[in-house]
Design a protein around this ligand. Structure first.
Ligand SMILES: C[S@@+](CC[C@H](N)C(=O)[O-])C[C@H]1O[C@@H](n2cnc3c(N)ncnc32)[C@H](O)[C@@H]1O
Length: 300
């Protein structure tokens, strides 16, 4: 498969991570994982009940488990929303948001709702989540997942996220889980490798900067803003965080999690980024046998 990569992407991936097992892991099938939805059932009860399919716990997420089956639809807990199929690295952003009941939270790019439903779980269904997405066909999936998981506190909106800039300082916590080139998900679906071109990443980088600046505006002083992507492309990661730091008074926080990761790059090709961006986490597939992921924790 990797030998079918377009040469420009192959060269770029090797610049991002020259380690020998990086490309090897991009080809390995992805371990499936679920998050147990404590809005629907008690965690220990579900762990006991599903002991035949649950394997090791995801080290950074108390409710996350790797599973030994591809066929989750065969267990009733899945359509009932008791377990939610979710990649283990995608469980990270809500964990970093330090959520509590009664907060007012903005999920700017929310569909299909894996993280929105996890946010509601940590807020114990008390407070308010504004769950926004721009695409009607994805909004339908979001609403269906919110309903399935028993989320009662989400207000769904369908807007270009950049339009939220007028809701200045209204939210205790904001998540910008941005649209991206999905290079971290090649091992799940090779189509992302086929679709990639540099122009697309440059275009996305501009949109991501605008969405992140909007998320920062919406945040109350003292609040937490998380930026995440499932791509390994620096233009869509460090470049975006560097832009926020240079244009606002945002603080970047160090992230402490039981996960193997490296810090953000301070240099890539001809671009240099602030030293601060080392506080971001880059999670490459071979480091924990997961998808690739990038995450930054920002405070105001
Ligand atoms: C990475 S996905 C979000 C995944 C979601 N947070 C989850 O955990 O299930 C990015 C989302 O951003 C949405 N999107 C793209 N452009 C947007 C925009 N300008 N404003 C708001 N959402 C946008 C896409 O429709 C897509 O659903």
């Amino acid at each position: 498969m990797i030998k079918n990569l377009n040469p420009a992407l192959f060269e770029r991936l090797l610049k991002i991570d020259p380690s020998p097992n990086f490309l090897e892991f991009l080809e390995k099938p992805l371990r499936k994982s679920v998050r147990i939805n404590t809005l629907k059932a008690n965690l220990d009860f579900v762990v006991n009940r599903l002991s035949a399919i649950l394997e090791e716990r995801v080290p950074w997420c108390e409710e996350g488990y790797y599973v030994n089956t591809e066929e989750l639809s065969s267990i009733p807990e899945h359509p009932l929303g008791v377990v939610f199929s979710q990649s283990s690295v995608s469980m990270i952003p809500p964990i970093l948001m330090e959520l509590e009941p009664k907060m007012t939270v903005l999920d700017l790019c929310a569909s299909p709702g894996a993280k929105t439903t996890q946010i509601a779980q940590y807020m114990e269904n008390e407070g308010c989540i504004v769950a926004n997405d721009v695409k009607i066909e994805r909004i339908n999936m979001l609403i269906s997942n919110l309903q399935k998981c028993g989320v009662l506190i989400a207000k769904v909106t369908m807007l270009d996220g950049r339009k939220f800039a007028k809701f200045e300082k209204k939210f205790d916590a904001v998540l910008v889980d941005a649209p991206c080139s999905n290079l971290g998900m090649i091992r799940k679906n090779f189509v992302y490798a086929k679709q990639w071109n540099l122009k697309m990443s440059l275009h996305l980088s501009k949109l991501q900067k605008e969405l992140l600046m909007t998320g920062y505006k919406c945040l109350k002083p003292g609040g937490i803003l998380i930026y995440s992507t499932c791509t390994l492309e620096p233009l869509e990661n460090e470049e975006v965080i560097d832009y926020l730091l240079r244009n606002t008074e945002a603080n970047l926080e160090k992230i402490e999690l039981p996960i193997n990761a490296i810090g953000g790059f301070t240099k890539f090709e001809e671009n240099s980024y602030l030293e601060e961006v080392k506080k971001c986490l880059r999670i490459h597939p071979q480091m924990n046998d997961t998808e690739g992921f990038f995450v930054a924790k920002i405070t105001k």
